[in-house]
Design a protein around this ligand. Structure first.
Ligand code: ADP
Length: 220
């Protein structure tokens, strides 16, 4: 049906331009771009619903290799990365996870950390805390966490998130900006990330100082 709406709008624009007039053409252009956007959203919805339909393919995964590959793909897809400083204070541990899905988690978080940042000197830090550091940092969300489970974080010096949005940003299709701003997006990335993490029985949350930066904490 969507393809039909799109096609008929194009036909009207091309063959009936005289009839609908300038204003009519504008409306039809809006109709075309709305149908294209809806097409994207349906694709995203499909992707979202397919995650987790098959069993997780759990294997011991070297996160350093995974991250290297994810960053390489990310850098290759952008030409404006020269001012982006990636900090990995120490090597990440191996974990048992679905490699393909966890790759998606890091890819999304790194992508956002870069996207939602207006500074000249952008940096992204990726690391983890073990039990001792966690108790020093007093993170209440980790009270019941198994001591052997590493707590990962992706931190940026970007635009930050206002306190009342810290939870809603994980909802499907939730975006805080107009569709053109910050290179656009569908608002599905974090919902996908959350779903993948929860499929691993893990958790994700974010802390942020608005205007200074955000830290996404997660464990698998
Ligand atoms: P999208 O990037 O397509 O909008 P996401 O689900 O990845 O969708 O993110 C949802 C919203 O959360 C974004 O629109 C943005 O407002 C906010 N957000 C995500 N990551 C960050 C970040 N690192 N810093 C600031 N805001 C962020």
């Amino acid at each position: 049906p969507l393809r039909g709406i799109y096609n008929y709008s194009i036909i009207l624009m091309e063959d009936y331009a005289q009839v609908v007039g300038e204003e009519g053409i504008e409306y039809l252009q809006t109709l075309v771009s709305l149908s294209q956007r809806m097409d994207t959203l349906i694709d995203v919805l499909l992707k979202f619903s397919q995650i987790g339909q098959t069993e997780l393919n759990l294997e011991v995964t070297n996160l350093n290799d995974l991250l290297d590959a994810a960053i390489e793909v990310f850098r290759a897809s952008r030409r404006d990365l020269h001012q982006f400083d990636l900090r990995i204070p120490r090597p990440l541990p191996n974990i048992q996870c679905d490699r393909v899905l966890v790759n998606e988690v890091f890819g999304n978080l790194i992508g956002n950390a870069f996207k939602y940042n207006e500074r000249q000197q952008k940096w992204i830090e990726i690391g983890y805390f073990d039990t001792e550091e966690r108790s020093r940092l007093k993170l209440p969300q980790t009270n019941n966490l198994n001591p052997d489970t590493p707590l990962f974080y992706v931190r940026d010096n970007g635009i930050g998130i206002q306190p009342h949005y810290l939870e809603t940003i994980f909802r499907l299709f939730k975006r805080l900006h107009s569709k053109e701003k910050y290179q656009g997006g569908t608002g599905a990335g974090l919902a996908i990330v959350k779903k993948i993490i929860e499929l691993h029985d893990g958790k994700i949350w974010v802390e942020s100082i608005y205007g200074e930066g955000s830290t996404f904490f997660f464990h698998f």
